[in-house]
Design a protein around this ligand. Sequence first.
Ligand code: ATP
Length: 480
Amino acid sequence: MNQQPPKILIADDEPLYRETTAEFLREEGFECVCVEDAHDAIDVLQNHSFDLILSDLNMPGNLKLELLQEGRTAYPETPMIIVTGVPSTESAIESVRLGVTDYLLKPVKLDELLVAVQRALPAQPRQTQRQEARPQNNGHAEPLPANIAGAPTTAMPEFGDVIGQSPKMLEVMEIVECVAPSNTSVLITGESGTGKEIIARAIHNRSQRGSKKLQVIDCTAIPDSLFESALFGHVKGSFTGAVKDQAGQLKAADGGTAFFDELGELPLVSQSKLLRVIQEQTFTPVGEDKPVRVDTRFLCATNRDLQAEVDAERFRRDLFYRLAVIHIELPPLRQRGDDIFLLAEYFLDQLRTPGSSVHGFSAETLDCFRRYRWPGNIRELRNVIERSLTLTKGDQVQAADLPAAILDPSDATSESTGVDDLAEISRDEALDRADRAYLSALLERHDGVIAKAARQAGLSRQGMNKLLKRHDIDANLYRG
Ligand SMILES: Nc1ncnc2c1ncn2[C@@H]1O[C@H](COP(=O)(O)OP(=O)(O)OP(=O)(O)O)[C@@H](O)[C@H]1O
C-alpha cells in the first residue's frame, strides 16, 4: 500500500502566510509545495499531481480566477480550498460555482484550516487514486463537466417544492444549485414567511449530505443558560435536572447540515460558543472533558439585518463573516410578480380536500392578491387560502371569501396619513406605518390575543412578538 502523505499545493503571494501554513500542515503530516502566484501554480500542476490545492484569490496571475478555472477544468478530481483576505459575495459565488470545496477568510485559525483540509481530502487515501496530471490543451479551457458543482445549467433546475419563476427567485435557485454541493456556510435572509427554511432544505437536499439529517435549531427557543446543553448535549448529573445522558442537536447533525433559524436572536455569549464549533467542528458536551468531533455544514437564517446588528455590536463580526460567505436574500412576496398566482394555485391544489369542486380563483380575488402587501409573505398566503377554502361555496375562491384586510388593503395603509402626505415620507416609513396599522387592526379584531393575531397574519407567535416589539405596540391595550 502506498504510504505517501497527502500532497498539498499552496498558492499565495504573502510569504508569511504561505510559509506558516506550509509549516503547520507539514507538522500535521502533509507534504506541501508552495508557489507565489497563479502562473507558477498552473505550471507545477502540469507536472505534478496533488491531493488538494489551497489557493489565495488576490495574487498575480489570478485576476480572473485563472487558477480556479484551470484547477476545476483540467483537474476536476483535485479538491480546492480558497483562503482569501478580500472576500466578496461575487468571488465566493464564482468560487463555489466552479466547485471549490471551501471558501475561508483570512486570518484563518489553524484548527479551522486543518478541519477544512481534512474535510476536503477524500476518505480513501488519495495517493492510490491520484490521477496523472493532464497536459494543458493549448490554453483552451475544457467546458465544465456537467456533474461538477456549478456547471452552468442549460435548463432551470427542478425545484420541486420551491415554487417561483420570477427573475429574483430564478436567481436564488441558481445560487442554491451552485452552493449546494460545497461545504460553504450560507446565510439566508428575508422577511418572515419568505421561505428561508424551504431554501435551506433545498440546499441540504441537493448536497451530498442530503441523505443525512437537516437539524433545524431555532435560536429563539433555546434559553441562554441551556445553549450548551441543547446544542452539545450533557451527561447525567452534570447539572440539576440532567437526569440522563442526552445527545445535543449538533450530534444529530453529524454528517448532515445544521440550520440555525432566527440566528439574529442568538445572544452574544452563545455566539462565541457557536463560532468555536463552526471553526473547529468540535464541541464538548456539558459534564464531559473530551471534545466530540462532527462533520457538519452550517446554514443559517434571520429576518434581521445582520450587518446592522454587527455595526451595533449586537452580533459578532467574526461569526458574521464566517457564516455569511454566501448570502441569499429572499425577496418579499410583493416583489415576486406573478409568482403569487403560481403559489396560490399550488396551495389551492395542496390544501383542498379530495373531491372538492374548488378549482381556481375569481379575477377579483386574483386582483386582491396582487394589490395586497402580504406582510406575512408566503406563509400568510397559504393561511389565507386554507381559510378561504373552508368558506368557498362555488367552484372558485371569491373575493368575499377573503379576510377584510386583503379585500381592502387601503385600510392597512390609511393610518391618518393622506395620499399626499404619504408621498412626503420615505418608502420605509410608509411601509412601517402600514405594518403598524395592520398589526393594530389585527389586535383590535382579536382582542389583543397575540396567538390569534399571529395565526391570521400567517406569522409564528415569536415572529408576531418581534414585530410588536419593533413597532412598540402593547397588545394588552387591545384586551377587551
Ligand atoms: N417558494 C415557495 N414555494 C412553496 N412554498 C413556499 C415557498 N416559500 C415558502 N413556502 C411555504 O411558506 C411557509 C413559510 O416558509 P418558511 O417557514 O420556509 O419561511 P421562513 O422565511 O423560514 O419564515 P420565518 O422567518 O417565520 O421562520 C411554509 O409553509 C413553506 O413551505
